[in-house]
Structures are given as structure tokens and as C-alpha cells.
Design a protein around this ligand. Structure first.
Ligand SMILES: Nc1ncnc2c1ncn2[C@@H]1O[C@H](COP(=O)(O)OP(=O)(O)OP(=O)(O)O)[C@@H](O)[C@H]1O
Ligand SMILES: [Mg+2]
Length: 459
């Protein structure tokens, strides 16, 4: 199957197509050139035999005027025996077409409507065997209803023409075969190089910015391009690392004062009277600080997923999904929501366990947050042949089809979500994490409710 696709790939590659176009052009060139030679040579050899016959006819006609019939018969017989004119044929017949003189056994059948020039075949000895030869001839009437035929064997010239025609066909076939062969060879070479480039590009897109495109010794366009892209990748890696450092230090520099603020507020709270107005103020402060910390963490995680600068490891997706379900079981029970799950064993992918866990947690958070009491949530992990698929579905209000794309955006919260807390970052992290893992995020209607599927590709 792979080989078949590889061969199909060669056939549709641009070098192969260019080679085919060129070989068709060259084949036309060969046909034009050899065709012109063929016709020129044919004309020369045809013309020389015709001249020979015409001259012989002229000579005999002149003899007619001066010779008696018996002398003329003698002359024809003599010419027939003459070895100088190889391949010459003569025949003189009486009014009943009976041969009188010459070296042909019988007057040939001449198709009606033929002029003085015509062609027929004779059987001539050829070693131990015989061969049928083509003869070109001219006829003319003699006095007293007699007739005369002068012809010449043109088999040789036919043979030359046949050889030339065969050469012409062979030249065209060879041009086409060389073109196709060359096209396949070039197509394979370019495809192999392009295949290596696209394999590395896929790894780079999945976040491994240390990868570089393969560069070979040869000085061709693909190598130049690969070298330039590698230069660009160096730059991107540098920028991403720089951004990562800024993000890390910003995270650290913001988290520390927030933590300090939180613990100061909490220790102050411990000393305050439960009914005092200061306590209400401090409680609001701790809630806000908590929200700020969550938002900060969410933003950092999204940035991490989007820049792709995360360590990759083998992740047991089955175990991960099962543990998230387990983690959320008490929360759903507390909220009066039924949580069902169906987790296929043995699903493994390459990726970031931490980000995947966060994405799944976000989906369950949403399902719990938007599903009313008495509702149902189902978590499924299917180990499909094309790759594992994780599904989280609820029977809450769902998201209208035209708003699903929008809901994936950063800081987007739909009108219905105003009643519940949140910063609108949950789904954008899910989107970033799916993209980081080369997976597909599909939001559909669970009728009623929302169904979110993460479809991972194999390998
Ligand atoms: N399971 C769901 N059912 C109905 N609506 C949903 C569901 N999940 C998400 N939404 C809608 O999509 C919006 C975006 O979701 P997202 O998770 O990004 O934000 P959030 O849950 O409001 O805030 P956060 O996740 O940052 O706490 C939500 O505000 C809500 O309107
Ligand atoms: Mg959310």
C-alpha cells in the first residue's frame, strides 16, 4: 500500500510531469526530423527507378520505329537476359495477352483505372527459397494490338523504407521510454528529499524546535531552501526560548507576591471576628487573589502549549483518562450529577502528560459547571485504529453550532455562562493542547448537551 502510494506520488510529482512533457516534445521532434529524412530519401530512390524505367521505355519506343517485329522480339529477349540491369523486367504480349518475349511468365493483373504506371508482385528465387518482390512498371501499346511492359524490382527500396520506418518508430519509443525512466528517477530523488523534509517539518510543527531539515552535499534549489529554512528555524528557536524565559520569570515574579498576599490575608482573617466588615473585605481579597492566580496559571499554560516548548514523553492515555474520571467522581456526586465512563485500555501517545491532564480537567470542569443538577456526564476513551479518541459529553444546555468556534477563543464566555464563575480560558487551553499534540478538536451536539472529542492521530 505504502509502496503503491510512493509510486503514485512519483507519477504525480512535478519532475515526472516535466520529464513527460519534454519526452513528448522530443518524440515530436524525432518524428518531424526522421519523417522529413524518410520522405526525402523515398523521393530520391523512387525518382531514380522511375527515371530508369522511363528511359528504357523511351529507348524501346525509338527501336520500334526502325526494327521489324521479329527483330524487336529479339531485342526484348536480349534485354531480358542482360545481366547489367539487375532487377529489370520485360514482357511483350500478343492481343490475347499471351507472352511473346521477355522474362515474365504472364501479363500481371492490372487494377482498373491505373494509368501507365502501376505496381505488381513477382515471385523470385532467394537462395533455396523464393521471395515475393514488388515491381514498379510502365506499359505501352505496340502496333497490331501487341503490348509491352517495362518494370523494375523495387523490393530493395521498399526494404530501405521499412528499415527507416522501423528506425523512426524505435526512436520515438526510445525517447518516450527514456523520458518516462528519467522522470521516475528524478521524481523519486526529489520525493525522497521532499519526504525527509516533510517528516522533519511535522516534528517541528509538533513542537520539537531542535530539529533541522536535512541538507545534502549537492548544490541544488532544495538544499538552498533547506539551508534557509534551517536558518529561519534557528531564529524561531532563539525567539521561542527568549519568550519562554520571559514567561517563566513573569510567572515566578507574579506568583510570589500573589502567594504572599494570599497568606497575609489568610493570617489576618484568622484574627478577625466572623461578623466584622473587615473580614468580608479580606474574604473578597482572597477570592480575587485566587482567581488571579488561576488566570495567570491558565494563561501561562496556554502560552506553553502554543509555543510548543514542552517536554514530550510517552503518555498512557488510558491511565490518564481513568485517573481524571476518578478525581472528578466526588465533585460530580456532590453536585448531584451522574458521571459515567468507558475507558479502553492500552491507548498510548507521545506528548505532555501535564497539559493533557489539564485539558481533560478543563473539559470536565465545563461539563460540571454547565450541567444542571440531575444531569449526566460521560467520558469515553476509544482506541480506534486511526488513533485514540477521548470524548467528554454532557446533557446540559450545549453550545449552539454557530458559537462553537467562537467558544474556543481566548477569554470568550458565552452569554449563558455569565451566572457561573470563569475566565473564558478553559477551552482555549484545550484547543492549544490538541493542536500541540497534532490532534483534532471536534465540538458537536450531544442532543441535548455538548460533546467534545479529541481525536489523536496514530504515531
Ligand atoms: N459543557 C458546556 N456546556 C455548555 N456551554 C459550554 C460548555 N463548555 C463551554 N461552554 C461555553 O463556552 C464558553 C467558553 O468555555 P471556557 O471553558 O473557555 O470558559 P469558562 O468555562 O467560561 O471559563 P474557565 O474555563 O476559564 O473557567 C463558556 O463560557 C460557555 O459559555
Ligand atoms: Mg471552562
Amino acid at each position: 500500500m505504502d509502496q503503491e502510494q510512493g509510486f503514485l506520488g512519483v507519477l504525480t510529482s512535478s519532475p515526472f510531469r516535466i520529464a513527460i512533457v519534454y519526452s513528448v516534445v522530443f518524440a515530436f521532434g524525432a518524428v518531424a526530423l526522421l519523417g522529413a529524412v524518410y520522405f526525402a530519401v523515398s523521393r530520391v530512390i523512387d525518382g531514380s527507378t522511375d527515371n530508369l524505367i522511363a528511359a528504357e521505355v523511351q529507348g524501346l519506343r525509338e527501336q520500334l520505329l526502325v526494327l521489324s517485329r521479329s527483330d524487336f522480339i529479339e531485342l526484348v529477349n536480349q534485354r531480358s537476359r542482360d545481366q547489367d540491369v539487375h532487377g529489370a523486367f520485360y514482357l511483350m504480349v500478343d492481343p490475347q495477352l499471351r507472352p511473346v518475349a521477355g522474362n515474365l511468365p504472364a501479363w500481371p493483373k492490372i487494377a482498373a483505372g491505373q494509368g501507365k504506371w502501376f505496381q505488381f508482385t513477382v515471385t523470385v528465387p532467394y537462395g533455396d527459397q523464393t521471395r515475393v518482390h514488388e515491381v514498379r512498371a510502365q506499359r505501352f501499346p505496340l502496333p497490331g494490338g501487341y503490348r509491352m511492359l517495362v518494370g523494375h524490382d523495387v523490393q530493395e527500396r521498399q526494404d530501405v523504407k521499412n528499415v527507416m520506418m522501423r528506425g523512426l518508430v524505435a526512436a520515438v519509443v526510445m525517447t518516450m521510454l527514456l523520458g518516462i525512466g528519467g522522470g521516475i528517477w528524478m521524481g523519486r530523488r526529489i520525493l525522497a528529499h521532499a519526504g525527509a523534509i516533510s517528516a522533519v517539518a511535522t516534528q517541528i510543527m509538533r513542537g520539537d524546535l531542535t530539529q533541522r531539515l536535512p541538507v545534502r552535499d549537492a548544490e541544488d534549489e532544495l538544499n538552498t531552501l533547506a539551508r534557509e529554512i534551517n536558518g529561519m528555524l534557528d531564529k524561531i528557536e532563539q525567539l521561542t526560548l527568549g519568550m519562554r524565559t520571559v514567561l517563566d520569570s513573569a510567572a515566578h515574579d507574579l506568583r510570589t507576591p500573589l502567594n504572599r498576599l494570599q497568606s497575609t490575608a489568610e493570617s489576618a482573617l484568622a484574627h478577625l471576628d466572623p461578623a466584622s466588615p473587615e473580614r468580608r473585605v479580606l474574604e473578597r481579597v482572597t477570592t480575587e487573589v485566587d482567581r488571579m492566580r488561576n488566570t495567570l496559571d491558565a494563561l501561562l499554560r496556554i502560552a506553553l502549549a502554543e509555543t510548543g516548548t514542552v517536554a514530550r514523553e510517552a503518555v498512557d492515555l488510558s491511565a490518564l483518562v481513568a485517573s481524571i474520571v476518578e478525581l472528578y467522581a466526588p465533585v460530580t456526586e456532590e453536585r448531584g450529577i451522574e458521571l459515567g465512563s468507558q475507558v479502553a485500555a492500552g491507548a498510548h501517545i507521545q506528548g505532555s502528560r501535564q497539559l493533557l491532564a489539564q485539558a481533560l480537567a478543563n473539559l470536565l470542569d465545563n461539563a460540571i459547571k454547565f450541567t444542571p443538577v440531575g444531569g449526566h456526564i460521560r467520558v469515553l476513551l476509544r482506541n480506534e485504529s486511526g488513533g485514540p479518541e477521548v470524548v467528554v459529553e454532557d446533557d446540559g444546555p450545549g453550545i449552539p453550532a454557530d458559537k462553537r468556534e467562537l467558544a474556543l477563543g481566548r477569554r470568550v464566555r458565552l452569554d449563558e455562562a455569565r451566572k457561573v464563575p470563569g475566565s473564558g480560558l478553559g477551552l482555549s487551553l484545550v484547543a492549544a493542547v490538541t493542536k500541540l499534540h497534532g490532534a483534532r478538536l471536534v465540538l458537536t451536539d450531544a442532543g441535548p448537551g455538548l460533546r467534545v472529542a479529541l481525536q489523536f492521530a496514530m504515531g
